[in-house]
Write a protein that binds this ligand. Structure first.
Ligand code: 3H9
Length: 700
């Protein structure tokens, strides 16, 4: 008997216990252990019920994703499930924490399911670009109906134990202690003489799983599924649930294999692991070196400050929001109330929860009130002198072991740190608007930042349920550097060469970006970029044309949606981007000044140039050690900048194109367009070695 699957007898109840930390992933050893345990139980005539439980925080996170690129070794999960279903005694799954993917499929192959009240159950395979492949698409429709099963697998989102019970997926929700409740359930089965109840023998209820129902389900997920293909495999698999079970699982198996082989699945699995890797930093171990964060002071009650305050209040931390003007503080408070009101309206929180969270945020006009915080985050205006002044004052009042962070998006964290007497405790925490929502948190390590401060910053990310990526201190860090020197800059050049803002945006949205570059600029404020460039030019230079259009728009007061005019115009109060002939005239004049010949540009050229420019600067960012891994860059772009996740992020996408071809196209544009297209030597090197960013990441 393997250690990770134990079997013991508790009177007439045979208990099989999975113990494969950290998440009870079902790998070959677990499958083999389960098969052995079932054999053992079959040979014990005294056993009247089998109970499957797990150790640790959750029942199971599903099949071990690290095994997916290898052929599955026997026993397969289907074989194990088949044996469980055919057991002579009833089999019960006791679910705590989470039952996801293969974990839930295993539970569905049991005859009964009991779940702890807080448990969540789901089939999230679609988020990895695959369909459930261990009977999930066949058993779930038999338990809850084809339409509900399609909805649930299509969304990938787990549901609560209560909802699962209402749907018929769970037989009993245990309010108190799960092992006790599960044992009682088993004893009741024995008393009532209830035997095995194979899910595969049930018939499928197909009400609502018709053309209209399917279209409705797909429409509900259309945003998440933009550009995706997994849903077509899923649809076929659920349709096959109408067949006899053995035929249905055979169809599912084939479709699951096909989905696994798609580039989409490879990309999504890459992002899954990249997001877990990026929190690991060489030489930094947690949690020993980090500080406990109970109270946070945030300086600056603007959009960022208020959003950051909400993020901490949501994480049950005490927040003091400080601003030097009563009006600014009132605006911040108003913004926080509006955000919570909308969260209540959308059913994300209850009024009670919102009230409790809001009560954790206190306002203050005195910087001195930051003195008893464990962490102080400055989120004032993006201006070096102002930030230095705030940081040095904070430094003088805060005990030296407490931490200070700057929410700068472009300024030098090293220089900011030097404005204090303790640069070791200063790091950058670059939040992305809306700070209470966006998953990405860029953590900037200044030259003076101590390992302890960095460890604490990583812990802050975990606390806020954000994905941390550590960046070295250089202009724009990882994301904004690639955006400004690569992606957005090229988008502007395309405008000067003849494309319209609408054409550029639509081409990149069709590629998969959530929003095109000009619409993003209008939304976030064109002046934000202009101010960042003023700071940049104090440190570095960039040859013309470099954001000449955006900077002219700022000069004209066309700051984007907030002024009703930017790259586009907006009707009063509206958000729809409308083309503006004035902008066309401005762009034409700027092209003429530079003697740029305007021409028809294809969508394909727009996408190629914007994405290759992004990749090229990404390679420089890696070469300059601003990012530690190519996969960190992919995380930055997929979780913070709307790069399509199913393409894996810019560096993974470059690998998929082949670095030889990428290098060749960059050279081509360098010859045509000059300076900004000088090929990153790193790409040339990897291409010459026929290597890839992924291989480089995995070098020894
Ligand atoms: C499936 O089941 C296919 C079947 O239909 C077909 C079978 C034939 N495998 O996220 P965390 C690792 S597909 C391998 O930081 P949390 C993770 O890499 C699967 N490893 O913890 C990390 O490793 P490390 C469907 C896995 O508490 C560590 O566990 N299931 C797996 O923030 C901790 O993870 C899913 O898609 C896995 N399945 O979140 C669920 N899962 O320490 C995927 C995790 O080395 N998992 N690891 O960096 C999750 O969503 C989250 O991990 C979970 C916990 C919510 C469970």
């Amino acid at each position: 008997m393997s250690k990770i699957v134990a079997f013991e007898e508790a009177g007439p109840i045979g208990v099989i216990r999975l113990d494969n930390p950290p998440v009870n992933a079902i790998n070959h050893a677990v499958r083999a252990g389960l098969a052995d345990a079932v054999t053992l139980a079959a040979n014990r005539p005294d056993i009247e019920v089998l109970l499957i439980t797990s150790a640790g925080n959750l029942f199971s996170a599903g099949a071990d994703v690290t095994e997916f690129d290898r052929p599955m070794q026997d026993p397969t999960q289907q074989m194990v499930e088949d044996r469980l279903e055919r057991a002579r005694v009833p089999v019960v799954a006791a679910i705590h924490g989470m039952a996801l993917g293969g974990g839930l499929e295993l539970a569905m192959a049991c005859h009964y399911r009991v779940a702890e009240r807080n448990a969540r159950l789901g089939l999230p395979e679609i988020t990895l670009g695959i369909i459930p492949g261990a009977g999930g698409t066949q058993r779930l429709p038999r338990l809850i109906g084809a339409r509900a099963a399609f909805d649930m697998i299509l969304s990938g989102a787990p549901i609560s134990a209560r909802d699962a019970q209402l749907l018929g997926l769970v037989d009993e929700v245990v309010e108190g202690n799960l092992p006790e409740g599960a044992f009682q359930f088993c004893r009741r089965l024995i008393e009532d003489g209830l035997g095995p109840r194979p899910t595969s023998e049930r018939t499928v209820q197909t009400h609502g799983f018709d053309e209209a129902g399917i279209a409705e389900a797909l429409r509900a997920q259309s945003r998440a599924l933009k550009g995706r293909t997994t849903q077509t495999f899923l649809l076929k698999a659920i349709e096959a649930a109408r067949l006899p079970f053995s035929e249905g699982v055979a169809v599912e198996s084939q479709l699951a294999q096909q989905s696994l082989a798609t580039p989409e699945s490879q990309a999504l699995r890459h992002v899954f692991f990249a997001e877990r890797e990026c929190g690991k930093v060489k030489g930094i171990t947690q949690p020993t070196e980090s500080r406990e964060i109970k109270r946070v002071a945030i300086i600056g009650a603007g959009t960022m400050g208020s959003g950051i305050a909400i993020a901490f209040a949501d994480a049950a931390r005490e927040v003091i929001l400080i601003d030097n003007a009563e009006a600014a503080l009132a605006r911040g408070r108003g913004a926080i109330q509006t955000i919570y009101a909308s969260a209540i309206k959308r059913g994300r929180v209850t009024q009670e929860m919102a009230d409790e969270r809001m009560s954790r945020i206190k306002g203050s006009l005195a910087l001195a009130d930051a003195a008893d915080a464990d962490l102080v985050i400055e989120a004032v205006f993006e201006d070096m002198d102002l930030k230095k002044q705030v940081l040095s004052t904070v430094d003088s009042i805060l005990p030296p072991e407490r931490l200070i962070a700057s929410n700068t998006s472009t300024l030098s964290v090293t220089e900011l740190g030097r404005s204090t007497a303790h640069p070791d405790r200063v790091s950058g925490l670059h939040f992305f608007a809306p700070a209470q929502v966006t998953k990405l948190l860029e953590i900037v390590r200044g030259a003076g930042t101590s390992p302890e401060a960095l460890a604490t910053a990583l812990k802050v990310a975990k606390l806020l349920k954000k994905i941390p990526v550590v960046a070295a201190d250089a202009f724009g860090f990882i994301g904004n550097r690639m955006m400004l020197d690569g992606y957005f800059r090229e988008a502007e050049l395309l405008l000067l060469e003849g494309a319209s803002p609408m054409q550029v945006d639509m081409a990149l949205e069709a590629f998969g970006f959530a929003m095109g570059p000009q619409r993003v600029s209008d939304l976030s404020g064109i002046d934000v970029g202009t101010k960042a460039r003023i700071q940049l030019f104090q440190r570095e230079s960039r040859p013309d044309p470099y954001f000449v259009i955006a900077d002219h728009l700022t000069e004209l007061g066309r700051l984007g949606q907030k002024t009703g005019r930017g790259f586009y115009r907006y009707e009063t109060g509206g958000r729809e981007a409308l083309p503006d002939p004035e902008v066309t005239k401005l762009i034409e004049a700027l092209s003429a000044e530079r003697a740029i010949r305007r021409r028809e540009i294809s969508d394909q050229e727009i996408v190629e140039r914007c994405i290759l420019a992004l990749i090229n600067v990404g390679a420089m960012v890696l070469d300059e050690a601003i990012a530690a891994r190519a996969s960190d860059i992919d995380v930055v772009w997929t979780s913070g900048y709307g790069f399509p996740r199913h393409l894996g992020g810019p560096m993974f996408y470059a690998d998929a194109l082949g670095l030889g071809r990428v290098a060749e196209r960059i050279r081509h544009y360098h010859e045509k367009l000059g300076y900004y297209w000088r090929p990153a030597p790193f790409i040339e090197r990897l291409a010459a070695e026929r290597s890839s960013f992924t291989q480089w990441d995995h070098r020894g």
